[in-house]
Design a protein around this ligand. Structure first.
Ligand SMILES: *[C@@H]1O[C@H](CO)[C@@H](O)[C@H](O)[C@H]1NC(C)=O
Ligand SMILES: *[C@@H]1O[C@H](CO)[C@@H](O)[C@H](O)[C@H]1NC(C)=O
Ligand SMILES: *[C@@H]1O[C@H](CO)[C@@H](O)[C@H](O)[C@H]1NC(C)=O
Ligand SMILES: *[C@@H]1O[C@H](CO)[C@@H](O)[C@H](O)[C@H]1NC(C)=O
Ligand SMILES: *[C@@H]1O[C@H](CO)[C@@H](O)[C@H](O)[C@H]1NC(C)=O
Ligand SMILES: *[C@@H]1O[C@H](CO)[C@@H](O)[C@H](O)[C@H]1NC(C)=O
Ligand SMILES: CC(=O)N[C@H]1CO[C@H](CO)[C@@H](O)[C@@H]1O
Length: 774
């Protein structure tokens, strides 16, 4: 290899130096002449459109070649075995979810440490030492490699005797639904297919309502990228065939709407259906409300009737209480409130406010409990605040339940129960379950620790977390969490890893991350999480400040976070790492294009990179209310101006190159299809990788038999993190537990970010000495 490069030097110096500088020769990927004329204003080339076909030999070869380039790069990291060992040690802690009561049993998900998938256990009572605990469903037995997962598409019937559950293969969003008899612990014969994006709602033990795509012709197991339209809600009667199911709700005039968010009232009389906004109605997260009266015994007579017909807010069902349906909503309440609606008079003027909007904090979720009470989870400065209130109209009872700074990530307990279990996490608390016991007088209720998991050999007191506020480009104050070892010297030399998401009204709250711990512990790293606009941390305005034609604010907020970390001497631009997934992959891609000088490395995972065509694949059309669409002539120029795929350009300032970029995706990602990452990487390698001044690597990692993330087996998660940390070690020359890679192996990687000509000379010298030794 080296020798032939040397021969070539004499012929085309520029090209050879480029590949020598990075030590990488990028695959020669065919560029087609495909173009698209946009509104007569611009002709957009799309040379890699052929990579949108996932199953052609050409695309498969592309993936093989890219993995063939990135894998050896990861493997040259001398600390791989140690990194894997550290990750596995920290990951190997007991994971438990809150116990849920159904009928006479408690059910609980648990993982003894490194099991690929969590196991669902059943027990008769919570007292004692778990001796009565038995395995109810172990998804680890459903595949040899852990790639078959039990999903959150699941539901117990009200008396707890039947369990409907959706299984996903290879990380796909498609579900195959089975029904298990709890007392015999055996599956019934019923199987439902073509199921996706749905709740499962039991009507007694008679049957279930579910959402599905009966018209879908592709392969409901995974890599199919066809668009998903015409979702229906059907009723499946237990013991019958799926072909005989009756369609109960459909909106043929709105084929793109996701309609299957559902609940049923406590007496099984009404099915409540909350279709979410399609492509161009309302803003992301808005939904309408319909109900179906189930009094007639024959499903063909069930008709949907409207409660809220326009997309003007989001509504989620809390419970039925008295003669009202209670909804959590941001209708005329940007920080959310709870309203009571009577089916007989659904006009908003007649709604009753049950829990008023708070003047400062967003009401994040609400759990009714012990018949007349409700636990409210507010977001106060990007952390959970818990308050118990009364469900009774006009009763102003209110009690705050003190909790340390962090996040209540889930709860278990129904309105008829007296015990509520919550799961608590924070950056330095991996997994704690608290219990609230409503048999004690309600004004005396406190959190009691039910289970608190420790990680062997990990002393959390060695780390510190703080929350800061920084100003974004337009002066907006943005909060950010920053954490590191307590005794780290902050003299602008530490590597820093900044995480963000910024979209879809999603809150990025304090949660435990194994990779973050290892990064702080073994790499002396600083980890940061910026709560940029586009999320819901501060209500509607925060979300809308970063969606549609305000999307650029999200990138500006993230860039300002990086600038803050540099200005405050946490790190420097060469050691500044940014990372994001999905919408956060878009964030990373856009930021790298806009400020290549600000970052040393970027990890863009399962990202939305082609903003002109995302709406054409699987469920992409449902993001149009968040991003807008290139099919809209007014929105097109705005989107085109930041689309990661369309704004890749080598920086013009002397000494500035692109950061090291690692793009990751999975072959079965049917949420954000992998062609986003394929096309983006191909363009990056073509336009940037070919430049003589680019020494940093631009690589793609494609996981097989995996999807967008949910349900990934722990073994695959560890493999991925080993590769990401290896990539960072190599490209940024990071020290692992104080050790650095020996300089003699590092010809391709050790000199970064110096002035272009210097870089070439020095690297060339490396190369010369290297080749002489061979
Ligand atoms: C794709 O590759 C397979 C295996 O190499 C080969 O059998 C098949 O003919 C190829 N298909 C096409 C359309 O070239
Ligand atoms: C569930 O199993 C029990 C026996 O364990 C049986 O009596 C009951 O009929 C089963 N239920 C259904 C719906 O098959
Ligand atoms: C920081 O603390 C760790 C753990 O106590 C110790 O091993 C390390 O030497 C300390 N480093 C500095 C710079 O004090
Ligand atoms: C920064 O601090 C570390 C740890 O104390 C030290 O090894 C290093 O030399 C310092 N670097 C600079 C540029 O001050
Ligand atoms: C960062 O370090 C520089 C150089 O040591 C120093 O002048 C500056 O005051 C530091 N900034 C902060 C915010 O500590
Ligand atoms: C590489 O950098 C040098 C120094 O800044 C500059 O003169 C040269 O034009 C750059 N080459 C390319 C292809 O951008
Ligand atoms: C339309 C077109 O030219 N398609 C070609 C694009 O490149 C791929 C990969 O080389 C070819 O297979 C296509 O025929």
């Amino acid at each position: 290899m080296i020798v032939s490069h040397r021969v070539a030097v004499a012929i085309t110096v520029v090209v050879v130096l480029a590949s020598l500088v990075s030590g990488l020769t990028y695959p020669n990927v065919a560029r087609n002449t495909t173009v698209e004329d946009k509104y007569g204003t611009v002709v957009v080339p799309d040379p890699y459109r052929w990579l949108e076909s996932p199953d052609t030999n050409a695309t498969k070869s592309f993936v093989t070649e890219q993995n063939g380039l990135s894998t050896p790069y990861f493997e040259q990291c001398p600390f791989r075995a140690e990194i894997r060992d550290r990750l596995a040690k920290v990951w190997n802690y007991r994971k438990v979810n809150p116990p849920q009561k159904h009928g006479n049993h408690y059910f609980q998900y648990a993982n003894n440490g490194l099991q690929d998938q969590n196991v669902l256990y059943i027990q008769d009572a919570l007292e004692g030492d778990n001796t009565n605990r038995r395995v109810f469903l172990d998804p680890n037995l459903l595949s040899t490699d852990g790639t078959v997962a039990l999903t959150s598409t699941q539901s117990f019937s009200k008396d707890g005797s039947l369990f409907a559950y959706g299984i996903s293969t290879s990380g796909s969003d498609w579900r195959k639904v089975y029904i298990r008899n709890v007392s015999s612990n055996e599956n019934l014969e019923d199987v439902l297919i073509k199921v996706k994006f749905t709740d499962l709602v039991w009507k007694g033990n008679e049957g279930i309502f579910y959402g599905h795509y009966p018209d879908f012709e592709g392969d409901p197991e995974g890599s199919d990228t066809g668009t998903n339209e015409n979702q229906k809600i059907s009723f499946h009667r237990i013991g019958t065939r799926q072909e005989d199911d009756v369609i109960v709700v459909e909106f043929p005039e709105k084929p793109k709407n996701l309609i299957a968010s559902m609940d049923i009232t406590s007496n099984d009389q009404y099915l409540i259906v909350r279709p979410s906004a399609g492509s161009d109605e309302g803003s992301y997260g808005d939904n309408t409300i319909y109900y179906v009266d189930l009094s007639d015994s024959n499903p063909v007579n069930w008709q949907r009737r409207p409660i809220v017909e326009t997309y003007n807010a989001g509504y989620s069902f809390i419970t039925d209480y008295g003669n009202m349906l209670y909804f959590l909503t941001n209708f005329n309440a940007p920080r959310y409130k709870i309203v009571g609606i009577q089916i007989s008079s659904p006009a908003p003027e007649t709604w009753t406010t049950i829990i008023e909007e708070d003047s400062e904090n967003v009401l994040n979720w609400a759990a009714p409990i012990n018949r007349d009470y409700i636990l409210l989870d507010y977001l106060e400065n990007v952390a959970s605040k818990l308050v118990v209130r009364s469900l009774i109209v006009g009763n102003s009872f209110s009690k705050q339940i003190p909790i340390e700074k962090g996040t209540v990530t889930s709860y278990a307990g129904k309105i008829e129960d007296t015990q509520l279990f919550i799961k608590f996490e924070s950056f330095l608390v991996p997994n704690r379950i608290y219990q609230l016991d409503f048999t004690t007088p309600v004004d005396q209720i406190e959190l009691e620790v039910f289970d608190d998991v420790e990680i062997e050999g990990l002393d959390f007191t060695l780390f510190e977390v703080k929350q800061v506020k920084y100003n974004s480009k337009d002066g907006t104050e943005v909060p950010m969490y920053i954490m590191h070892k307590k005794n780290l010297t902050l003299n602008a030399t530490s590597p820093a890893m900044l995480y963000g998401y910024g979209g879809f009204n999603i809150n990025i709250l304090p949660e435990f991350s194994v990779r973050r711990i290892v990064f702080m512990q073994s790499f002396d790293g600083v980890a940061a999480v910026a709560n940029i606009r586009g999320g819901g941390e501060f209500g509607n305005s925060w979300h809308e400040g970063g969606s549609l034609l305000n999307k650029q604010n999200v990138f500006d907020d993230f860039q300002a976070a990086a600038e803050y970390l540099i200005a405050q001497n946490y790190t420097n631009a060469q050691k500044m790492i940014i990372e994001g997934r999905s919408n956060g992959g878009l964030l990373v891609g856009a930021c790298v294009n806009q400020r290549p000088d600000l970052y040393g490395a970027a990890i863009a995972s399962v990202g939305v990179m082609d903003m002109l065509r995302f709406h054409l694949f699987t469920i992409g059309h449902s993001w149009v209310s968040e991003y807008g669409s290139s099919a809209n002539s007014a929105q097109f120029p705005y989107i085109y101006a930041y689309s990661p795929l369309h704004n890749i350009k080598f920086p013009q300032s002397a000494g500035v190159q692109y950061p090291a970029v690692l793009v990751t995706t999975s072959d079965h990602d049917d949420r954000v299809v992998p062609s986003h990452s394929y096309k983006y990487t191909a363009e990056l390698q073509h336009t940037i990788g070919g430049n003589e001044n680019q020494s940093q690597p631009l690589l793609l990692r494609v996981e097989t038999d995996a999807g967008h993330g949910a349900g990934s087996p722990i073994s695959k998660l560890i493999d991925e993190q080993v590769d990401i940390l290896s990539f960072l070690t190599e490209s940024l020359d990071l020290a692992f537990e104080g050790q650095r890679k020996a300089p003699t192996d590092s010809g391709a990687t050790s000199v970064l970010y110096s002035v272009g000509s210097m870089l070439v000379t020095i690297t060339f010298a490396f190369w010369v000495s290297h080749s002489f030794t061979l």
